[in-house]
Design a protein around this ligand. Structure first.
Ligand code: ADP
Ligand code: MG
Length: 367
C-alpha cells in the first residue's frame, strides 16, 4: 500500500495559559512512500517522529494536511479502520495472557465480514508467530520471555491482522546491543517476506541506515532530507544532516574560502573553484583523509587505534570544532606513530562545505 503525506502538520496547544507557546511538533511534512518499502524516519529526540507516526496511525488528528493510503484519503478515518499494525517502544503485553492469547487478541474484536472462527484465529496467530520465530513459545506468559522475545510477540501481534501498513516506533530501544542488531535484521526480513509498507522510527542513524530503503531525516518538526541511506550520507544537504549520519561522525572544522582555495584554519587543503570568498564550516568524513608527507592539513598526532583492516587515527587541530579529529586509514598506509604531527591530503568527494550562518551546503566543483 502506497502512503502519501500531504503538508502534514501537528500543532500542540501551549500547556500554560500564555499565548505563543504552542509546539509545532510536525511542520508541513510531505512525502510519498512507495508500496512495499521500508522507510526509516530518523531524527533526535523531540523532532516529531512519534507524532508523525501517530497521525499516520490515526491515534492523533493532524492540525493540517492530509494522509492517503493508496488513493483513499484516510485523514478522518479512525485508527481501527485504517488497517495498520503498530508497535511501540514499550511493547506492553498482557501479563496474564499467554503468548498465543496476546497475539490473537486483536482478532477477537473483528466484526461483520471480518469476523473469524476460533480455528482461523489460531491459524493466523501461528502464521504471525512463525514469521517472528516464536511459534515454539505460544503457551508461555510474557514474564517467562526475554526482552527480545517479548518484542517479537509485540511484532506478531501487530502482524496478525495482516495490516496494509506497519508502523514501528523505536521498537528496539529496550533491547541490548546484540539483540538490537539481530532484531533489526529480523524486521527487515519479515518486511521483505510480507511486502508490507513499513515506517520505522528511530533516533539511531546506524539502525535507520542499515535496514531502510529510504530514510527521512527530521529536525524540529521539519524534514531536512529524504533519500536512499547512501545518497544522503554521500550528499548531505546541510550541516545537521552531515553530522547526524555516520559513525564515527564527520569531523567539523572552522574554515574559509579565499581565491578559490579552501582553508582549514590556516592550512590550504583543497581547490574549490569559483566559490566566493567567505568563512565556512568544513565537514570531512573520517574516510576522507589520506596520510601524505606533502599534505596541506597538518594535525597533531595523539594516538593510533588498531581496528584490524583499518586504523583509527586520533589527532587534534586548532580549527577543529570537536576536541579530536578522527580519521579511518587503511593499514596499507604506514603511519609513523612516534611522529608528533600527521599530514593529510583530503579526498574531495568526502569534503563538504557549509554556509557559516545558514549551515546549508555550498556545492563546489572538483577541478
Ligand atoms: P520524537 O518522537 O521525535 O521524540 P515527538 O513526536 O514525541 O518527538 O514530539 C515532538 C514535539 O512535540 C516535542 O517537542 C514534544 O514535546 C511535543 N509533544 C509531543 N506530544 C505532545 C502532547 N501530547 N502535547 C504537547 N506537546 C507534545
Ligand atoms: Mg518518539
Amino acid at each position: 500500500m502506497k502512503v502519501v503525506l500531504q503538508n502534514l502538520t501537528k500543532i500542540f496547544p501551549s500547556r500554560s495559559k500564555k499565548a505563543g507557546e504552542e509546539v509545532i511538533a510536525v511542520n508541513d511534512f510531505t512525502l510519498e512512500i512507495p508500496d512495499g518499502k521500508l522507510i526509516g524516519l530518523l531524527g533526535p529526540s523531540g523532532c516529531g517522529k512519534s507524532t508523525t507516526l501517530y497521525m499516520i496511525s490515526g491515534l492523533q488528528k493532524p492540525s493540517g494536511g492530509k494522509i492517503f493510503f493508496g488513493d483513499d484519503d484516510v485523514t478522518d478515518l479512525s485508527a481501527e479502520n485504517r488497517g495498520i499494525g503498530l508497535v511501540f517502544q514499550n511493547y506492553a503485553l498482557y501479563p496474564h495472557m499467554t503468548v498465543k492469547q496476546n497475539i490473537m487478541f486483536p482478532l477477537q474484536n473483528l466484526k461483520g465480514a471480518d469476523k473469524l472462527t476460533k480455528e482461523e484465529m489460531i491459524d493466523r496467530a501461528y502464521y504471525a508467530a512463525k514469521l517472528v520465530q516464536i511459534d515454539n513459545l505460544m503457551e508461555r506468559k510474557p514474564s517467562e520471555l526475554s526482552g527480545g522475545q517479548q518484542q517479537r510477540v509485540a511484532i506478531a501481534r501487530a502482524l496478525v491482522k495482516m495490516p496494509k501498513v506497519l508502523l514501528l516506533d523505536e521498537p528496539l530501544s529496550n533491547l541490548d546491543a546484540r539483540l538490537r542488531l539481530q532484531t533489526r535484521e529480523e524486521i527487515r526480513r519479515i518486511q521483505k517476506e510480507t511486502g508490507i509498507t513499513t515506517i520505522f522510527v528511530t533516533h539511531d542513524q546506524e539502525e535507520a541506515m542499515s535496514i531502510s530503503d529510504m530514510i527521512v531525516v527530521m529536525k524540529l518538526g521539519v524534514v531536512q532530507q529524504t533519500g536512499k541511506p547512501q545518497e544522503i550520507y554521500d550528499n548531505p544537504t546541510n550541516l545537521f544532516v552531515a553530522k547526524f549520519l555516520g559513525t564515527p561522525p564527520i569531523n567539523v572544522f572552522n574554515g574559509k574560502v579565499e581565491n578559490g582555495t579552501l582553508y582549514i584554519g590556516n592550512d590550504a587543503v583543497l581547490n574549490v573553484g569559483d566559490v566566493a570568498d567567505q568563512d565556512v564550516w568544513v565537514g570531512v568524513r573520517p574516510e576522507g583523509f589520506t596520510p601524505d608527507e606533502n599534505g596541506g592539513l597538518v594535525c597533531n598526532l595523539n594516538n593510533i587505534e588498531v581496528m584490524g583492516r583499518d586504523v583509527s587515527v586520533v589527532s587534534t587541530h586548532e580549527a577543529s570544532v570537536n576536541p579530536i579529529v578522527r580519521s579511518i586509514i587503511n593499514t596499507d598506509n604506514k603511519i609513523d606513530g612516534s611522529s608528533e604531527t600527521i599530514k593529510y591530503t583530503l579526498k574531495p568527494h568526502k569534503v563538504f562545505i557549509f554556509n557559516k550562518e545558514t549551515e546549508e551546503r555550498i556545492y563546489f566543483e572538483v577541478k
